[in-house]
Design a protein around this ligand. Structure first.
Ligand SMILES: [Zn+2]
Ligand SMILES: [Zn+2]
Length: 888
């Protein structure tokens, strides 16, 4: 063994399931990164025989069946993969040379059938005859069964009533089960005499929420417009409330306790490192946070707020308004998890609150925030980190427009000064049906003049507004119409004091973040889609409504990974598309409109596409801000020229403000209402009762949170049971804890090309590969399935390639490999920022060639999944996801 010069531990790590694997691993340990061109023939003969000896020593039973030649073949594979990869490395460096050395199967177009005769490599092709039955195919199943048995024996005695209550809540949440279903499950478990099952659903709820205080109700006095704690007489003005018409009420809860509880499970938030990165990944890299960090010495955390009206049922006329907050310092992966959501209050409806009611409803929160800004003692209950005094700042609010104007105390979004970010004045335009619509069409020159909303402008305008109010009062209504109009223009849409103005780090202009969901996906883009496809515009220059059916079938050719949160329905129902479907259509599906839309409309669309790709990048480089800004401006300025002033409505105008939001708060997905709506949806979906929606929602939140906290609390929870629950019920994306792949779904169809690459090995083929929770599959496996996990980006020698997985295989039952097909000379999408400036966007690549090249790669070379589209004109597109959550 000395000849190998490996330590005892190194050698032990090499011991595999069979003798071939062990031999192979020794080779790999000995030659971890062979230089380009290194072959098995170059390996020191002493090393080879020492490796054989050690492998035989470790596998005495297999020893007699294995010749030196067998083991040499096994070891040779280590370098075979290297040799084939070498070809690609050369290609990466000199793309046009060495054509002869690559395996180029020109007949292999699309989901090809390989013709071996076209393959030209310098190896003799022979197939080893190996008819030994494979004893290792079912190891995966065996492992799984072993795991289950382990859990069973470890947990039999110590699962408590609360543990079971938590498990049932997680089950309910995951499958959206009704309370009656829960009752049935409980009764079933009790009939089966499972120990410690709560006696009923009611009892289960009590176990989880018994110690949590319910939010306090407050009543709005119609007489003094103050907040009363009593619902009989006003605690402010002693007015007795009318028994017949109950005063409006709301529920509010302290956020301090909730923050404290969340911090207990997220101890990593106080790492106040000044970020100097060249690119922005999160809110903490944005300008607002950076300013706060520069000016504040004490530890602090920041919050983002969301307020939105939601319907308890799709058919409901009632709306309830929860106020949600998240802590920006919690890593994005966990930030919007339900256990980390803060509920500051609920307006129970049935009607939408007025601006004044909204201010009263927010009053307890703002008062508490004013205290928290000065610094508050947070108790951690931890041995070495007992407490920390931290300041808490609300720095942004992300809402849809109707909610935003309530919070901002501004006129309606469709009013003359309806933009929450600037003082643009809309004007009325006639519609085809003799109606009127407010247009916000602006020229480049207009945009230079328009004031942006800010704290400073707000103070000035509010003073003007109050002065006008006084004047009107003194004139006792004898004010003429033209003066009223004049006042309105001077007030620029301000209708009263915005309560957020009291906070120290909230800007009542820029603090209201431009939201991608409402402004872009179901805003401007939805408008464009209906202009193109709606029958009523069929005579317009931009209309493509006659192509709808053709587009729908082309759209089906867009191949998206299974991690896509919502697969778009048929394009025919585009008008019913949800924001997620719109997002997929804009970011990836835009390719279907090429050569269908007239060039000027398509080029205009591409500006929005690239802009949104950049805004949602996992890393927004500071230089992107300028590009986003120019794309946004040019998109908005050109809109009325292309689609007429009549269609340049508020949401189209709002595109212009997105670049400022990205500058201030980083990439859009770190605060978008997408995230909040997911959580709200979750809370409402579990809500089945017909009355008391607000209370029901709060209870649901409390139960789910308590279940999660209990799960985290390993001191009181059975650890095996808790890890079983976490892996079973808590689905988180991007869990790539291990890079080791696991091949599944054995395939009976051998891939001829793999056989050619590895003629001496025992090759097993599979259809899927799992890396942690991530799934990849072969092209043929994905055929006729909606989701397609066969399009991947892989890295080789520092160069990224887009490719499709052709085969998944193992050599001698060792770790899996991928055989990928890739195209060379891909062109990046280019777009025009202005008439003479074209820019390339490298995350959308295309080519008209169909000369696929093939290479085996290791699992470690895999980077992420991507989307793929082949147009009817034979152009292949590889589209990379801007955010990581849908592709990794
Ligand atoms: Zn009162
Ligand atoms: Zn504006």
């Amino acid at each position: 063994m000395d000849a190998l010069d490996l330590t005892e531990q190194q050698l032990e790590k090499c011991i595999g399931k069979n003798i071939r694997i062990t031999a192979r691993r020794i080779m790999k340990a000995k030659y971890p990164s062979p230089v380009i061109g290194f072959k098995f023939a170059d390996v020191d003969k002493d090393h080879i025989s020492a490796a054989r000896d050690y492998a035989r020593l470790m596998h005495p039973r297999e020893e007699k069946f294995c010749t030196d030649g067998d083991l040499n073949h096994a070891m040779g594979n280590v370098f075979a993969v290297n040799t084939h990869k070498t070809i690609l490395k050369h290609d990466g460096q000199a793309l046009h040379q060495r054509e002869a050395n690559t395996i180029d199967i020109s007949r292999a177009i699309g989901d090809d059938i390989i013709d071996v005769s076209t393959i030209s490599i310098n190896e003799s092709i022979d197939y080893p005859i190996d008819d030994k039955p494979n004893s290792n195919t079912s190891t995966f199943l065996n492992d799984a069964m072993l795991n289950i048995e382990q859990i069973k024996c470890n947990t039999s005695s110590t699962v408590t009533e609360k543990d079971i209550a938590c498990a049932l809540i997680l089950l309910k949440k995951r499958h959206r089960l009704s309370a009656r279903c829960m009752d049935d499950i409980i009764s079933l478990l009790r009939t089966l005499s499972v120990k410690n099952v709560p006696s009923s659903w009611y009892k289960l709820k009590k176990i989880l929420t018994g110690t949590i205080s319910s939010p306090a109700p407050s009543f709005i006095c119609p007489e003094c417009e103050g907040i009363s704690k009593s619902n009989v007489t006003c605690s402010q003005c002693s007015n007795r409330f009318n028994v017949m018409s109950k005063p409006n009420s709301f529920l509010s809860s302290s956020i301090k306790n909730q923050i404290e509880r969340i911090l207990r499970y997220n101890r990593d938030v106080f790492s106040n490192n000044v970020s100097l990165a060249a690119s922005m990944k999160d809110i903490c890299d944005g300008a607002v946070y950076q300013k706060l960090q520069a000016e504040t010495q004490d530890p602090f955390i920041t919050l983002t707020l969301n307020a939105d009206g939601i319907q308890p049922h799709p058919s409901s006329v009632q709306t309830i308004w929860p106020i949600l907050l998240v802590i920006d310092e919690i890593p994005l992966k966990r930030r919007f998890d339900i256990e980390n959501i803060i509920l500051a209050g609920v307006w129970p409806g049935p009607k939408k609150p007025t601006r004044i009611e909204m201010s009263l409803f927010l009053r307890p929160l703002i008062d508490e925030l004013l205290n928290l800004e000065r610094g508050e003692h947070f108790d951690f209950h931890d041995q070495d980190n007992n407490a920390v005094t931290a300041r808490v700042f609300l720095i942004g609010a992300c809402c849809d427009k109707p909610a935003q104007v309530l919070l901002q105390f501004l006129s309606e979004p469709t009013a003359a000064f309806g933009c929450g970010r600037c003082e643009v004045k809309g004007f009325m335009v006639k519609t085809a049906k003799d109606g009127n619509v407010r247009s916000f069409a602006t020229t480049r020159a207009d945009l230079m003049e328009i004031e942006r909303r800010s704290n400073m402008r707000f103070d000035v305008l509010l003073d003007i507004k109050l002065l006008h109010d006084q004047l009107r009062q003194s004139l006792l209504g004898r004010i003429d119409k033209s003066l009223m109009m004049q006042h309105k223009i001077e007030e620029k849409g301000i209708t009263g004091p915005c309560i957020f103005r009291e906070l120290s780090y909230f800007d009542v202009g820029n603090g209201f973040m431009a939201d991608s969901l409402h402004n872009v996906y179901i805003g401007a883009f939805k408008r464009m889609l209906s202009l193109w496809l709606d029958h009523q515009y069929r005579f317009e220059d931009w209309s493509i409504s006659t192509h709808l059916h053709r587009l729908q079938s082309i759209f089906r050719a867009l191949r998206l990974p299974s991690t896509t949160c919502r697969f778009p329905r048929s394009l025919i129902s585009y008008s019913k598309f949800k924001a997620n479907e719109m997002r997929v259509l804009l970011l990836f599906g835009h390719v279907i409109f090429k050569n269908v839309l007239k060039k000027k409309y398509y080029d205009h669309l591409i500006k929005l596409v690239v802009m949104m790709h950049l805004c949602e990048s996992r890393k927004v480089h500071h230089s992107y801000i300028n590009i986003i800004n120019r794309l946004g401006r040019s998109f908005v300025i050109d809109f009325p020229t292309l689609y007429s002033k009549r269609h340049c409505v508020q949401v189209v105008h709002s595109i212009i403000h997105i670049s400022d939001t990205v500058r201030d708060f980083g990439p859009l997905q770190s605060f978008s209402t997408f995230q909040f709506e997911n959580e709200l949806g979750l809370l409402m979906r579990t809500n089945k009762s017909t009355r008391r929606h607000a209370q029901e929602m709060i209870n649901n939140l409390h139960m789910i949170q308590e279940a999660h906290y209990h799960l985290h609390n390993l001191s009181t929870f059975n650890i095996d049971f808790s890890s079983y629950l976490s892996s079973r019920f808590i689905n988180r994306y991007s869990i790539r804890d291990q890079q080791k792949g696991q091949a599944r779904h054995p395939s009976k169809n051998p891939d001829e090309l793999v056989r050619v690459f590895f003629p001496h090995s025992k090759v097993n083929f599979y259809q899927t590969l799992h890396i942690g929770k991530l799934r990849l599959c072969t092209r043929s496996y994905a055929t006729n399935k909606i989701a397609d996990d066969s399009n991947i980006i892989f890295l080789l020698d520092g160069i990224e390639y887009s490719s499709r997985i052709r085969a998944i295989f193992t050599l001698d039952n060792d770790e899996p490999y991928l055989l990928v097909a890739y195209l060379r000379d891909l062109n990046p999408l280019t777009y025009a920022i202005n008439v003479n400036e074209n820019v390339a966007y490298p995350n959308i690549l295309y080519t008209s060639t169909s000369k696929w090249n093939f290479t085996p790669i290791e699992v470690n070379d895999f980077i992420e999944k991507s989307a793929f589209f082949r147009s009817t004109a034979g152009i292949s597109y590889f589209l990379r996801f801007p955010t990581l959550e849908h592709c990794s």
